[in-house]
Design a protein around this ligand. Structure first.
Ligand SMILES: [Mg+2]
Length: 274
């Protein structure tokens, strides 16, 4: 397995960039395997088409996955709030926060706590508590605690105070969104921020406009899919995301199997120009 980064300075044919959600999209919802997508991943690698992970996960969680999947491309973490580009010498990453940095988020939360709001963020929790709440094992819970630009939290205050909290967060240019398990405090970014960053990045690198194919299964993927040239919806566990555009492709099956067939189909379509 190579750990050397691939320097992508030659323009692939087609000049495509694949940007993808992980959980429930490239990774199976249940066993987190990407095996059924192997063939498409292999084809993309041979063609030199970058595969950018765009996920709510943290950097350290993604690094582990990239290694397992033999991926050496840049990636986006924490719902579009921070991007990572491998350094040319293979030693670490250059990162850029597109949202608000974790230190700034914690400062703002400290002030809001002093104003009387009650909540419990990942930064307030020991690893064991994050593990118990997320279902992650302790190692992965530890990685999930190493954050760059978003803070997941439990709201332990009255429900009536949540809108007031949201309004006061805005003073710090922060937003509050409700996820499956937690509320998330972050800057004004979403997964489309990551897509737009890499559209410009590859435009600059290739001196030509890249075609962006995006794949996702959840509500937090909507902005990314809306911004893509080729939006591909992977059927979700509880229903399929509906997009208001006629050119959306819905994969034939869930998770990595759907990912595989949709990408192979797109490559075929682009190579024949039909
Ligand atoms: Mg997902």
């Amino acid at each position: 397995m190579s750990t050397q980064p691939r320097i992508i300075n030659t323009v692939p044919t087609p000049r495509l960039v694949v940007i993808t959600d992980l959980d429930g999209t490239l990774l199976d919802h249940h066993d987190y395997s990407a095996r059924p997508a192997r063939q498409a991943l292999q084809r993309l690698r041979e063609t030199g088409i970058p595969v950018i992970f765009n996920t709510s996960k943290t950097c350290d969680e993604v690094i582990k996955l990239r290694h397992d999947l033999d991926n050496t491309d840049p990636f986006v973490c924490e719902n579009g709030s921070v991007i990572y580009i491998p350094k040319a010498d293979g030693q670490g990453y250059n990162s850029e926060v597109l949202g608000i940095s974790y230190v700034e988020i914690l400062k703002a939360l400290h002030i809001l706590r002093k104003r009387g709001f009650r909540f419990r963020g990942f930064n307030d929790m020991p690893t064991s508590e994050v593990a118990a709440l997320t279902g992650l094992d302790e190692d992965n819970a530890w990685l999930a605690k190493k954050r760059a630009a978003t803070e997941p939290m439990l709201w332990t205050d009255s429900v009536n105070n949540i809108e007031d909290f949201r309004t006061q967060l805005a003073e710090f240019r922060l937003t509050l969104t409700k996820g499956g398990r937690f509320y998330h405090v972050m800057g004004d970014t979403n997964k489309a921020s990551g897509l737009e960053f890499f559209r410009q990045y590859y435009q600059h690198l290739w001196q030509d406009r890249p075609l962006m194919a995006a794949l996702g299964d959840g509500e937090n993927d909507r902005s990314m899919l809306d911004a893509a040239d080729f939006p591909i919806v992977i059927p979700g566990q509880s229903g399929t995301l509906e997009l208001q555009r006629p050119d959306v492709v819905v994969a034939k099956s869930k998770g990595p199997a759907g990912w595989n067939s949709a990408i192979l189909e797109l490559l075929k379509q682009l190579s024949t120009g039909s």
